[in-house]
Design a protein around this ligand. Structure first.
Ligand code: NDP
Length: 405
């Protein structure tokens, strides 16, 4: 039985904490207590009220600025959690890892570190903690969301049970939900827009292939959504999968976007609103993208109006017993059902549930080690089982042929 400190109180955190509380209420899981701490404590209290109402479980709350390493270290020393679950923003990954090192506490997150002044995602900064985490005898689990997260689990589960070798991998992320707003992002707008406006990058024959953002598109017919345009993008699990499964010759990541979203984004880019360098406004420096975040709807507020499904999965082509085959594993998640259960939309749900499961894997010692780990380094089976039990059921399908594109 373990105590968890969750940091951050946005949509993903809300889902993860509701799910942890469900496990506590059922009385058969590895969690004993959850402390929820974030920069704005009122957001923690709102989540705690909802959790109490829905599950009967009490969640304590605290105020913390996770960029303040001494303050966070003091909070961890005082509370002595068994695990710190970082559901704040990627900027906080390194400060929270530093506080975990100082207190010898295990760590989990859902998104890799990126510096504020450069829209660049790379595991390098966090992989650099490998020796220090090992020496301290603690574990960090990186990227326990859906993508990254479940997409890596799907891949290594396919490899374990269905392939001798995987040759190509395509990760397909479709949000077929409609929130009724002209323009909104389904997770933190600043992080989302930095990701979407970055150059596309995929892995092919031992090298990165780079291209301009959102230029390579394919139509794909997604189950429970319908035909959608999806665009080639860079995503962080490509880096960890090509490192831990080096046999894969090509790894690509695709995400769907509607025409209206892309038109808004293009205009915002053209007028400079997505810039991340400071500009002077009325005598003070502001970052246009941070100002844009302030005027866009909070992702956590979209739950009530979002209708439709997400459909995220991986398509792998490889060889088993000398025969080539193509397999597709996916999860379909209903925005309405996610809202009904937790008060949050499907994108927060598909990230928060795997964060809870990753925490369960660590606290139950089904996944253990000293150092810094990515998801595909562990046995996928218990994780796959928990996905089915905790609201993200998956299915496997054999395709007649490899993808034609
Ligand atoms: P939100 O913006 O809704 O929530 C972020 C929370 O972190 C807010 O409560 C914010 O506080 C808090 N926070 C920010 N800075 C600090 C700080 N210095 N100290 C303490 N708390 C802080 O984001 P989401 O819930 O949508 O996303 C959470 C994380 O999940 C992000 O890292 C995102 O990249 C990741 N993600 C991962 C996915 C995956 O599949 N792997 C998919 C979607 C998201 P405040 O309210 O005061 O601003």
């Amino acid at each position: 039985m373990g105590k968890i400190l969750v940091i951050g109180a946005g949509g993903v955190s809300s889902v993860a904490v509701h799910k942890m509380a469900q496990v506590i209420a059922a009385g058969d899981g590895p969690f004993s207590e959850v402390l929820l701490a974030s920069r704005t404590v009122s957001k923690c209290e709102t989540i705690a009220d909802s959790v109490k109402q829905r599950t009967g479980v009490d969640i304590r709350t605290a105020q913390i600025d996770a960029d303040d390493v001494p303050a966070l270290t003091a909070l961890i020393e005082q509370e002595k959690p068994d695990l710190v679950v970082n559901l704040a923003l990627p900027y906080q990954d390194l400060p929270i890892m530093d506080a975990c090192l100082a207190t010898r506490t295990d760590y989990l997150d859902t998104a890799n570190y990126e510096p504020r002044d450069e829209a660049k995602f790379e595991y390098k900064w966090q992989w650099d903690y490998q020796d220090r985490f090992k020496d301290a005898g603690i574990m960090a689990l990186l990227g326990s969301g859906f993508d990254p997260g479940v997409t890596s689990i799907f891949t290594c589960w396919l490899k374990k049970h269905h392939f001798d070798r995987i040759d190509t991998l395509d990760i397909l992320d479709c949000n077929g939900g409609d929130h009724g707003q002209h323009f909104a992002t389904n997770f933190n707008p600043e992080i989302n827009i930095r990701e979407v406006t970055a150059n596309s990058r995929h892995w092919e024959n031992g090298d990165w292939v780079e291209g301009p953002p959102l230029t390579q598109k394919q139509e794909f017919d997604f189950e429970a959504v319908g035909p959608k345009n999806m665009y080639l993008m860079y995503h962080e699990e490509i880096e960890s999968l090509k490192t831990h499964l080096p046999e894969i010759q090509r790894i690509r990541f695709w995400m769907t976007f509607g025409d209206a979203y892309l038109t808004h984004l293009e205009v915002l880019q053209n007028v400079g609103m997505t810039r991340i360098d400071p500009v002077m406004y009325e005598g003070r420096e502001i970052i246009p993208l941070q100002f844009l975040k302030a005027v866009l709807p909070e992702p956590a507020s979209l739950g009530e109006t979002t209708k439709g499904n997400t459909n995220i999965g991986v398509i792998a082509t490889g060889v088993k017993d000398g025969v080539e085959k193509t397999l597709y594993v996916k999860n379909i998640c209903s925005h309405e059902a996610a809202f009904e259960e937790t008060g949050n939309q499907g994108v927060s749900y598909t990230t928060g549930v795997p964060a809870m499961i990753g925490a369960a894997m660590m606290l139950s010692s089904q996944w253990k080690g000293h150092g810094v780990f990515n998801m595909e380094q562990f046995d996928p089976d218990p994780f796959m089982e928990m996905l089915n039990q905790h609201g993200l059921p998956w299915k496997l399908e054999e395709l007649e042929a490899p993808l034609a594109f």
